[in-house]
Design a protein around this ligand. Structure first.
Ligand SMILES: *Cc1c(COP(=O)(O)O)cnc(C)c1O
Length: 462
């Protein structure tokens, strides 16, 4: 309590040499904010007790102000090291872009471009034209359009094709994706009336046919991205739905969620249909994300029959959902890699990380542990232990990918201490705790992370 009287006044602090010099380079308002924040912390400290008297003196307070100012100037959005092993980690930005996208972003972001200019005709062009041909080439579809994300793609498709009418959906596919994107809510927002058919575990072809009225606008198929129904189940396949749609005279819309362009069967212990499979099956409109299994920027890709895509291109809603040029540039670069499947598998980080094998990951874990051992103080120790990584992003929920983890221990720190302190670093390191051990998964740690990772781990020992 005595220490409350030792807290300096704001004006006084501003006169101190160490603080005054900051004023030369930073706005006064910002500096004031930093000073007030430091004094506030001193007040809290004084009330709580346990602060040294030196903490209230010029030298200590000036240093705190400088540090606080540094904090205020730091961008809120920052790079983190993903040691969680969750490849498509939605909270950590989902996919990281391939190198090819860096070049495209660098060029397009800092130059004028033909975003909406037809260079051949010398007149206004369409931003949607840049990736349409490539998407058609890769998927076999007649037409394509790209919007802000897959939620927007579903909203636009439903609105353009079924507003004021009904869409038939299986009760087993009334999905809620993370961030409270719920299929029934999106339908309401689109002005589409939901016609639920079947049950949670079983829906039959005849359920769709029986639901058809003169109000039916389409059949909707939604990928159960983030959950699985096991046991006594029956799902109506894309092929069956296309046949039912043709018989009823209504189009089929499929929200594929992840929408991979490479057949991962054999490379991952799962079997996911590809977008090409759905196009081949005759699905009229298909939507999927750009930043899930595709491994590109946030985007919602719509491919399908020309007449439906044309209706979307003309719809007013498109303007509100449109993607920007940086997305377009990085998406085009990412899609380009898919022209050769082998190139996509090695160059698209999401695919590369997902398909990394246990022997590869064991070698990486060994190398990483060795490098970290050499670069960190003795108090930090490393041990290899087997475990599993996850795909994340609400994709492939049952998939457990075998991996080799690096367990980090620091003398005097609990796994929880390690976790929270690494999370608070200037370049935060995100790991996970399992069975009272702090773990880093080399599957999602990038080659360029080593220096910052060892610096963060060394700081733990300090
Ligand atoms: C992820 C997902 C969405 C939402 O996609 P965003 O790109 O995140 O907007 C919609 N539907 C399904 C089935 C999904 O898996």
């Amino acid at each position: 309590m005595q220490q409350l009287k030792m807290i300096p006044k704001v004006d006084r602090v501003l006169e101190w040499e160490g603080v005054r010099k900051l004023l030369a380079e930073h706005p006064r308002e910002l500096l004031l904010k930093a000073v007030r924040s430091v004094l506030e912390k001193l007040r809290a400290g004084a009330l709580a007790g346990g602060l040294d008297d030196a903490a209230f003196k010029e030298q200590a307070v000036s240093a705190c102000v400088e540090r606080e100012l540094g904090q205020l100037l730091m961008p809120s959005l920052k790079r983190v090291i993903n040691g969680s092993g969750i490849v498509i980690h939605t909270n950590l930005g989902r996919s990281i872009l391939p190198e090819a996208a860096r070049l495209a972003l660098n060029t397009i972001a800092f130059s004028y471009s033909n975003l909406e200019f037809d260079l051949e005709a010398g007149e206004r062009g369409s931003r949607y034209s840049h990736v349409e041909a490539l998407l058609c080439e890769l998927t076999g579809a007649e037409a394509a359009i790209v919007v802000n994300n897959n939620a927007a793609a579903v909203l636009l498709s439903l609105t353009a094709l079924a507003a004021g009418r009904e869409a038939v959906v299986s009760r087993g596919e009334l999905v809620e994706i993370g961030g409270s994107f719920r299929i029934p809510e999106v339908m309401r927002l689109s002005g589409v009336t939901l016609r639920e058919v079947g049950t949670t575990n079983r829906t039959h072809p005849k359920d769709y046919s029986a639901a058809v009225t003169d109000q039916t606008a389409l059949f909707l198929k939604v990928h159960c991205s983030n959950f699985a129904v096991l046991g006594f189940t029956r799902e109506v396949s894309a092929e069956e739905m296309v046949a039912l749609g043709a018989a009823a005279g209504v189009p089929v819309l499929a929200d594929m969620g992840s929408g991979n362009l490479v057949d991962l069967t054999g490379r991952l212990p799962c079997s996911e249909p590809t977008v090409q499979d759905f196009v081949r099956a005759g699905v009229d409109v298909i939507t999927f994300s750009g930043d899930k299994l595709l491994g590109g920027p946030q985007a919602g890709i719509i491919v399908g029959k020309k007449k439906f895509i044309e209706a979307m291109k003309k719809h007013q809603l498109l303007r509100a959902l449109r993607m920007d040029k940086l997305t377009l540039a990085s998406l085009e670069a990412t899609l380009g890699l898919y022209r050769d499947e082998r190139v996509a598998l090695s160059e698209v980080p999401t695919l590369r990380m997902l398909t990394a094998t246990l022997p590869e990951l064991t070698a990486r874990a060994r190398k990483l542990a060795g490098q970290l051992r050499r670069r960190t103080p003795e108090a930090v120790s490393f041990r290899l232990t087997e475990g599993f990584s996850q795909a994340g992003g609400g994709t492939l929920p049952l998939l457990n990918l075998p991996t080799m983890l690096v367990e980090v221990a620091v003398s005097g720190l609990s796994p929880n201490d390690i976790e929270s302190r690494l999370r608070g670093m200037e370049i935060p390191v995100i790991g996970r705790i399992s069975k009272n051990a702090f773990l880093l998964d080399p599957r999602t740690i990038q080659d360029g992370d080593l220096t910052d990772l060892s610096a963060a781990l060394s700081a733990l020992a300090a």
